[in-house]
Design a protein around this ligand. Structure first.
Ligand SMILES: O=C(O)CCC(=O)C(=O)O
Length: 296
């Protein structure tokens, strides 16, 4: 079916594959990750634990005036009179990521155990957590995570966790399947670092261009509180446009072997984060120029 990205509608299938039957089989999980670049695990977390964190997040959003008056808190209906435009940006939500109920999910036993088994050793998670409160009209551009967090091990994974049910009209994450095997893209864009190279960070504004030029296809699914999707640093993804009246509350967090080097920008009590990219007046290379330089 056609679904809206930030700039246009394109054909997106809703058939992301579940990997629950592979749980407890590290080798099979590794093989699937290697091949498909993602693992969709339904109900990894206790739904009630996720909803407890959702409630606390929504209470904070309500206190900021972000929720429509006289609507049920847990519905998370956006207040159309809220003065700030909605975005999927996560930097403004740092305080919320310190809430114990939130941490209990993204640093909790189910996910840490999953990674211990999947990676074959003790796992660590970046201290910095990206919590997105994406209102109507928000969507994320097309990118691979490696350009934002690739200074440590590349044996690093993102985990996208919805804090509430996410229907297609709320703008779920969307993947370009097979993009983890676009070798030319991996060898060029995939070697970039946004703070060093001062590039845009996203790879394209045009989801159709990507499949026409490199292959693959776009796919998403609906999510329930408790589900997670874990994916490779090299799998291209975005989030769809939120066309509902609700706020899409999701987190993306990162996991790796504790024994391997970690990207220093995202570790510590006060992670420094991006120190050059999109800071102050720093000039960013235009996307077209980067693509030309990379020859892709
Ligand atoms: O949730 C979003 O809007 C984007 C998430 C994302 O880009 C990520 O998990 O790396």
């Amino acid at each position: 079916m056609k679904l809206p990205f930030l700039h246009q509608e394109v054909e997106v299938s809703t058939d992301l594959r579940e990997s629950n039957t592979l749980l407890n089989n590290a080798e099979a999980l590794q093989e699937r990750m290697e091949e498909e670049g993602y693992l969709l695990i339904r109900g990894l977390h206790d739904r009630e634990a996720v909803l407890a964190a959702r409630r606390q997040i929504l209470e904070k959003l309500a206190a900021k005036g972000m929720l429509a008056p006289n609507t049920p808190l847990m519905d998370g209906i956006f207040n159309p009179d809220y003065p700030e435009p909605t975005s999927t940006g996560s930097m403004g939500n740092k305080a919320l990521t310190q809430m114990p109920a939130f941490k209990a999910v993204v640093e909790g036993t189910p996910v840490m155990n999953f990674f211990r088994q999947f990676l074959g050793g003790d796992a660590l998670t970046f201290d910095f957590k990206w919590l997105r409160t994406a209102g109507p009209g928000a969507g994320s551009p097309i990118h691979c995570d490696i350009v934002f967090m690739g200074r440590g091990t590349q044996n690093l994974y993102s985990c996208w966790t919805p804090f509430g049910d996410v229907s297609l009209d709320m703008g779920p994450i969307v993947f370009c399947l097979a993009s983890n095997r676009f070798e030319q893209v991996r060898a060029t864009y995939g070697q970039a670092d946004v703070d060093r190279d001062l590039i845009e960070g996203h790879f394209s504004d045009n989801p159709l261009e990507i499949v026409e030029k490199f292959g693959g296809r776009w796919a998403t699914t609906t999510f329930s509180a408790g589900d997670v999707i874990i994916f490779s640093m090299f799998l291209m993804h975005a989030s769809l446009l939120n066309t509902s009246d609700k706020i899409r509350i999701t987190a993306d967090t990162r996991y790796q072997l504790a024994a391997e080097p970690a990207d220093e920008r995202w570790i510590g009590e006060k992670p420094k984060g991006h120190y050059a990219w999109k800071k102050n007046e720093v000039e960013i290379e235009r996307l077209e120029e980067s693509r030309q330089r990379w020859g892709v």
